[in-house]
Structure formats: C-alpha cells, structure tokens
Design a protein around this ligand. Structure first.
Ligand SMILES: Cc1cc2nc3c(=O)[nH]c(=O)nc-3n(C[C@H](O)[C@H](O)[C@H](O)COP(=O)(O)OP(=O)(O)OC[C@H]3O[C@@H](n4cnc5c(N)ncnc54)[C@H](O)[C@@H]3O)c2cc1C
Length: 439
C-alpha cells in the first residue's frame, strides 16, 4: 500500500505531496538519484510543521525523512547529542530531560524534526538570550547529489554549513546532526504572567522582563481595536532551580476529522480573545508550570489545524526592525482588527541581537508578530497586500517557514543573500516556495 499524500501544516496551498519514505541513511543516494531521474527534482520533508509551501517540492515528490529517527551518541557530561535528522524535538526531550538537559532553543511545537529545525533555523522564546537553533548546531552530515556525503561545521565546508542553516532544505539532505543541549535542574518553569492594556505597555514590559528572564513572549488580542489595540498577556519565565526532571505525557485530545467549514470565524474569535484576556491577572503573578504547557500549548491538541476546515489556513509572520516596530505593529493590528478576521493565538516577541549563523535565517533584531487566518480569497486580494505594504515600509520581512503568499520582490529584498543560496543549491532539490519567490 502506498503512503498517504502529505500537505503542509496550513493545508494550504493544496498541493498534495507524494512521499518517498526513507528509513535508512544508506538508501538516500539511490532514492535521490531515482527521483531526480524520474521527476527532475525533489525536496526533503521532515514532519510537515511548516505552514505554507516551503516544505512542498516543486515536483510534488518529497523524500520523507521523518523515519531517520535513531540516536547516534549522547554525552550527558557535556550535553552534546548526535542524532539522525528525522528524530523529533519531542523524542530528544524524552531522552535528555531525565539526564538534566533541554533543547538550547525550541520553537512553539516539539513535533518537528532535527532536520526541519536546522533548515528553517527556528527560534523560540529565548531568542534574546541564545539566538536561533542553528547557533547550537556543532556539525551535521549533508548528502548532495553531486558531491556525495560531506561533514559541515563552522570549520569544515563552512559556506555550506551557513547556507544549510535556514537553507529551506535546498542545499542537500541533512542525514544527522550534532547539537549542544542546555543544562537544567528541573523540567518545571517558574513563570510570571501579567496582562497589559496597550502595545506601548508590551514594549515596556519586554524591556524589563527580557533582561531578567531566559524566556519571554506575549499573546495579543488581535480583535481589539481603538484604544485597546495591542492589548495582551505577557509571559516570562526560567527553568526552576529545583524540582523533578519529568518528561511530559503526549497529548490525549485531538480533532478526529476536518469539519466541513472552518470553526474559526469572526464571532468565535472576538469572544475567545476577550475572555482569554480577562482571565489573566491585571498585576504580575508568579506561576509554576510544566515545560509542555509553557512552550507547547498547541501540541496539547492533536491535529488542531483541522479546525480551519477543508480550505486550511495561512499564517502571517513578520519581523519589524527595532526602530520601526511599535508604529508598524500598531498599524498591522489595526488593519487586522478592521478586517474582522485573525486568530486565537497571535504571538508577539522581541528578537535579540545575537546574529544567526544561517545565510537566510529569519530572525534579526526587531519584533516578530505571528498569527493565523482561515483561508479565503480575500486574504490574498485584500488583507495581505495591506499588511505586506506596512511591513515593506518598515523595512521588515516575512518568515518563509510560515509563508504561502509573499511576493518574489519582497522575498529578494528581505533576504539579499538569496543569490548565494541559489548558487549553493543542490540542483536535485527545489521547492514550490523557491520557484515562486525566485522566478
Ligand atoms: C504549532 C507550531 C508552532 C511553531 N512555532 C514556531 C516557533 O516558535 N519558531 C519557529 O521558528 N518556527 C515555529 N514553527 C514552525 C516550525 O518549527 C518549522 O516550520 C520547522 O522547520 C518544521 O519542521 P519539520 O520537521 O516539520 O519540517 P518540514 O516542515 O517538513 O520541513 C521544513 C523545511 O525543512 C526541510 N527539511 C526537513 N528535513 C530536512 C533534512 N533532513 N535535511 C534538509 N532539509 C530538511 C524541508 O525541505 C523544509 O524546507 C511552528 C510550527 C507549528 C506547527
């Protein structure tokens, strides 16, 4: 029986991918070669947690590398771990936490692969302290269609090392990677939570709390308008200094079927956002919680992406440079509130100044706003062109891992190193995203 076809997490754009499952590193050269001969090109696919078309092959034939899921080596004195690229962050945590180690950087889901984390150089709530995931990658094995197997590190094949971190799966197949973990004494988080009334207050809180805490992020009520534009809830925290080293249970709840229409609409959005904001304290409160609800609240519900119905959804994630951030984000939120659409979980986070090692990494000093929208034609014809104009004017850029609409011109302007990546791209690999934004 052939494996079911794959889509990206937003289930949009609707280009089903035929997966070619790869279980052993030994079979990669042969599979790559066969796919290129039959279809011209292919693309590595991790766990499909990218939202738009950056994980979709130009040929709609992907090499499914999630099955390369073996650990190779771990040193619990130094926290250096080597694993195949299909191992998920969840699997790494299940192994490492009992030994007192955590991921140095983690995104808002643990259901991604090591290869996917490197290829998008993902960032998390501690960007202001530790930069991106790629900063904690010591070396990796890369398979290229013409050169064969290479080991890349800041010292060896350094150009390919930089191009592959945030390289969107285009420079070769990452077969394995060696990463540095973060020491912890407890898997619990000592957090602080506080709601704020305006966007200006977000920036004041971020100034204060990011200096004192490893982790910081805000949820924004994207339906609020007028004087309340940008109100939200700030969450900061650190790993507790004492307590158990416990691995969280996997999610038990799930959305079993895709409903015939999106359950996310203007009415449910406004109601949820207002209630969620009110339920948080006006003044700062301490809370202790497990790492899973702190870092991965959405992983608690399997396949939550189905809530958006058969048309799927798009995420909009932009980064606005520091000087322009407050007015530009105010303008973005006003445009979103006026459009009557948006998401339950709009996220605002300040990125720090630690440089990313990748040629095309998304994070840079500035503030990033991310939110989901149920797919509709009006997004592409009305709302996104307005948002894009604000981002462009502010000198910002969009995140390829989340994107399904960005104009090629905006991509090339936002990522001027794209031509260096194109020069280093493996000709056997190409994505729908890359074709869309570079031609
Ligand atoms: C709920 C949720 C929260 C998220 N939060 C964040 C966040 O906070 N920060 C953030 O940065 N991102 C975030 N993301 C995005 C997600 O972390 C990235 O899209 C990630 O790259 C997905 O990894 P994946 O393993 O699912 O790979 P896929 O989505 O399948 O692929 C991603 C890219 O990696 C390439 N790739 C995969 N495996 C390999 C390999 N072995 N060799 C070479 N290339 C490979 C693919 O070609 C593709 O270009 C979030 C996503 C979700 C669903």
């Amino acid at each position: 029986m052939s494996a079911p076809q794959l889509l990206s997490w937003g289930q949009y754009p609707p280009f089903p991918q035929t997966p070619h499952p790869c279980h052993w590193r030994e079979m990669l050269p042969e599979t790559l070669d066969a796919l290129v001969r039959a279809h011209g090109s292919t693309l590595p696919f991790g766990n499909g947690r990218s939202y738009g078309d950056s994980c979709l092959a130009a040929s709609d034939r992907v090499m499914h590398l999630r099955h390369l899921d073996r650990f190779i080596q771990a040193n619990w004195t130094t926290g250096i771990l080597t694993a195949e690229a299909g191992v998920t962050l969840q699997e790494i945590l299940a192994l490492a936490i009992p030994h007192g180690w955590f991921l140095s950087v983690t995104p808002g889901t643990q259901l991604i692969t090591l290869g996917g984390a490197i290829a998008n150089d993902v960032h998390g709530k501690n960007h202001h302290v530790r930069g991106t995931f790629g900063r904690h990658v010591r070396r990796f094995g890369l398979l290229r269609s013409q050169e064969g197997r290479l080991v890349c590190s800041p010292q060896d094949n350094a150009e390919l090392f930089a191009a592959t971190i945030g390289g969107l799966g285009l420079t070769g197949l990452i077969e394995w990677a060696e990463i540095q973990l973060l020491p912890i004494r407890s898997s619990q988080i000592d957090g602080q939570v506080e709601r704020f009334e305006t966007l200006a207050e977000f920036f004041t809180l971020s100034d204060e709390l990011d200096r004192r805490h490893e982790y910081g992020v805000a949820w924004i009520d994207c339906a609020a308008s007028g004087r309340t534009t940008g109100r939200g809830v700030y969450m900061a925290g650190d790993f507790a200094t004492e307590g158990a080293l416990e691995v969280a249970d996997p999610a038990r709840l799930g959305i079993p079927l895709t409903p015939p229409i999106s359950l996310i609409n203007g009415l449910s959005l406004r109601a949820f956002n207002a209630v969620y904001w009110r339920k948080h304290p006006r003044t700062r409160q301490a809370q202790r919680l497990g790492y899973a609800p702190f870092f991965y609240p959405l992983d608690g519900i399997h396949q939550w992406n189905r809530l958006y119905g058969p048309k799927g959804f798009q995420q909009y994630q932009c980064l606005i440079p520091h000087g322009e951030a407050e007015p530009a984000i105010h303008a973005l939120l006003s445009a979103i509130a006026a459009s009557g659409t948006g998401s339950f979980l709009a996220v605002l986070k300040r990125c720090g100044t630690i440089a990313s090692p990748g040629l095309l990494s998304f994070p840079a000093p500035g503030t990033t706003l991310a939110l989901d929208f149920p797919q509709s034609e009006r997004l592409d014809t009305y709302l996104f062109p307005r948002l894009d104009a604000i981002v462009r004017e502010a000198g910002g850029r969009l995140y390829p891992a989340k994107d399904a609409h960005m104009r090629g011109e905006d991509f090339r302007h936002g990522y001027p190193a794209w031509e260096r990546l194109e020069a280093l791209r493996d000709p056997a690999l190409n994505s729908r995203f890359w074709t869309r934004v570079t031609t």
